[in-house]
Design a protein around this ligand. Sequence first.
Ligand SMILES: [Zn+2]
Length: 393
Amino acid sequence: MELLSSKFMFDGEKLLSNKAVALHNNTVIDVSSKKVLEKVYSVKVKDFGEGVLLPGFVNLHTHLELSHLKNSLPQKKGFVEWLSSIMYEKTKDVDNKEITKHIKNAVKTQFKSGVRIIADISNTLASCEYLKTYMPYSTLFFEQYGLKKEKACKAKRNLEENLNDYKKRCGKLKLIPTAHSLYSTHGCLIKYLAGLNKKEPFSIHFLESSYERDFLISKGDMFDFLNSLGLIEETIHYTDVFDYMKKLGISKRKTIFVHCTYANKNEFENIKKTDSTVCLCLRSNEYISGTLPDVRTIIKSGVNIGIGTDSLASNWDLDFINEMKFIYGNFSDINPNVIFKWATTNGAKALGLNLGFKKNQTAFGVFIPTDNGNPLEEIVSGEGGYPSSADSI
Ligand SMILES: [Zn+2]
């Protein structure tokens, strides 16, 4: 057991002062004053001093296996050009050693910035070894895609035959097959994936660009681009995105809707009805198209919100504090306490985890030095120090 304290503590909901926490194997045993805990447990408190102690951040969306693509993709040229570039990059033969070296660095960067749980999107499971070792509470979303029926059926067959082996390879890590997006994945494959294990969360890229809505009525630049590659065998016509999702069974599943850059009020209400989550990846949106989602409308809808960095194919770095700073820098009317809640408790909730500094919750001791009376504001405005913690990798 270890006892940790600092001048302030963010317990996942609110900021407290003069508190200490007793942790055992990442489970909170007790929270009280430093004096009381030392007396009850006869263990010396590790006091970090001036700053704030928090339970660890949850990066709700990243693609670690794309980390070698840093600075390789076009910035602010729009979604279709970015999509075309990433599809081209994925055809290249890249040395596995190179990929794993960059995955390792990406996990380290995130750990250093206070992240302890990652929801990683993976096509190859290349990140599994590192997450298993350094962030075992993480979830690996085994992402499937394929617009052509033949590819979609092949992906389905592969999962039917090999999912148990993949799960074994991931050990304690949660492995959940999921769909990339509505525009990249054949309806029959999405339906199969959404029906697999309804108790687990699902994750999907959602309305990241305006072309996605057009795609569902079989028109627009992205539809034309995918059609020009011969990927579209049948056309669909849905003016209401949720009508299509109902047909595919996603609306019955608790889902992490990633991006939502072009989603509207009705769609946020639908997301809320299923106790689902909106995952904001604002720097990725800025990188690809220079357009941010309507964050204030998302907040007003009351939906659960989490934060993701997305990958180095669409972000300058995977530093989680930088992601939070970017949110506050663009929406400074949001209370920093709210941003910290998105970054901890809410992200964990989306993954079915109970994170925070309350008895029986999961927590990690991450400390960020600050030097004024508003530590959370200080951190998101870029004036705080850098995390240090009770553990390291
Ligand atoms: Zn993504």
